[in-house]
Design a protein around this ligand. Structure first.
Ligand code: BJ8
Length: 421
């Protein structure tokens, strides 16, 4: 029987055979990793549904938004100001890929020794597997790490719709000035794309939507401080991954409903792991959906992950935008400042990240820190040196990719680490 979304996939030019294979693998992995967990909150049913419809219902919604004239903007970095996309009634979708797909295709354009995240997004596009990329009117890149910067040049040759924001390397006055001017340039880009002006009301509405989403994620993060943890790291990671592509209003509502349930769990002392189970903070490169490998290993070994110091995690929602402003210029300048406080390892120096990691380990009562870098992710691999020196907890450094080849080896290392905690 033809899938009800097949007509859309065909129209978007997906490779239907490969796509069916991908959905099959994704569904098996989800059943094995997610549905095998015990004692999950009932509120996770919504997020299970979203995953089951990742290339279905959500694609239909974005497709219909596009048909109605709303601009669809794809992004790969938490530096891209979603507020400005929403200010002109656009839809913003995170395009990072967390699976090893289309590597052979990708390696025709980029070196083998490229991080899995870059290879993943190139591979998904080249293998005809990503309906989101096909639906975008604009793909926003940024000058963060060298790999991404150069990959966007090639991605633009392939897609013809990449726009790059220049992100400074340092946060001094000149860097701030450059970044602010880039956010203003992005405003112009969004106005040209949508044919709408960014107004004070539009910007405030965009900020209110994004801030509400961030507040719901902050609430979830705070609840994970309880012992026993009311939610697994796997489930919390999934909520964070979904925050990048779900409808922001519905996502916020459902995350808050999940948090209401978790609050009740905390009050009654109920949790997903036994009280006193080892608690870990994961810090480093982003884990895009469906990258669940490390969390599955750690939680399969009896510990619980209580926080992600990463862009798919705390770095995405730690700070809110200031909604009090009288002019668009004032609002954008304030918002630019909020974005520049993000502590990505692409900046030098990046000492605020060390403080943030230590604040998280304290607040979440983490017994240890696992530093996670994707292979060839130089910024995070390098910064691990300073992180290790600064954390006052047992520390394990991992470098991996999206393949399952090192699963057993990683499990052995994680188990040995848990024993010394
Ligand atoms: S703000 S972390 S989302 S740049 S994993 S592609 S860094 S080699 S994703 Fe990132 Fe923005 Fe920074 Fe966050 Fe390069 Fe590393 Fe690959 Fe990475």
């Amino acid at each position: 029987m033809e899938n009800q979304y097949e007509a859309i996939w065909k129209e978007l030019g997906l490779n239907l055979e490969n796509h069916a294979g991908l959905l099959g693998v994704l569904s098996d992995a989800y059943i094995n990793i997610y549905m095998a967990q015990k004692n999950r909150p009932k509120g996770m049913e919504y997020f299970d549904f979203v995953v089951s419809e990742v290339h279905g219902l959500r694609i239909k919604e974005v497709y219909e938004a596009k048909e109605s004239g709303r601009p669809i903007v794809g992004a790969f970095c938490v530096y891209v100001p979603e507020e400005l996309v929403l200010a002109v009634d656009g839809v913003c979708i995170g395009l990072c890929a967390g699976a090893e797909v289309g590597s052979e295709e990708a390696e025709k354009f980029i070196p083998r020794n490229t991080c899995a995240l870059i290879k993943g997004f190139m591979g998904f596009k080249l293998a005809g597997l990503c309906p989101y990329v096909e639906l975008t009117d604009l793909i926003v890149g940024e000058t963060t790490c060298d790999g991404k910067k150069k990959a966007y040049e090639i991605f633009n040759e392939i897609t013809k719709k990449v726009y790059v924001m220049e992100i400074p390397n340092m946060k001094g006055p000149k860097g701030r000035e450059l970044w602010e001017s880039e956010v203003f340039r992005f405003r112009e880009k969004m106005e040209a794309l949508s044919g709408k002006k960014v107004t004070v009301e539009g910007l405030q509405k965009g900020m209110a939507l994004v801030n509400a989403k961030r507040k719901a994620l902050q609430r979830l993060s705070a609840l994970r401080a309880a012992d026993p943890a009311p939610i697994s790291g796997l489930d919390a990671l999934l909520v964070n991954q979904i925050s990048f592509y779900d409808d922001p209003v519905r996502f916020t509502q459902m995350t808050n409903a999940l948090c209401d349930e978790l609050e009740e769990r905390v009050k009654s002392g109920a949790g997903v792991a036994a009280k006193g189970a080892k608690r870990l903070l994961v810090s480093g490169s982003p884990m895009a959906i469906p990258n669940w490998k490390l969390h599955a290993i750690v939680e399969g070994s009896g510990a619980v992950i209580v926080g992600e110091e990463a862009c798919i995690g705390e770095r995405n929602f730690r700070d809110l935008s200031d909604e009090n402003f009288a002019t668009v210029e004032e609002g954008i300048a304030k918002m630019a400042g909020r974005y520049l406080s993000i502590d990505c390892a692409c900046f030098t120096p990046n000492d605020e990240r060390l403080g943030n990691i230590n604040a998280m380990t304290g607040r979440l009562s983490a017994d240890g820190v696992i530093h996670y870098s994707l292979q060839f992710c130089t910024p995070y691999m390098m910064e691990a040196f300073k992180v290790e020196k600064s954390v006052n907890r047992p520390f394990l450094k991992i470098e991996t990719d999206y393949s399952m080849e090192d699963f057993g080896q990683l499990r052995t290392r994680v188990e040995a680490f848990l024993e010394i905690l």
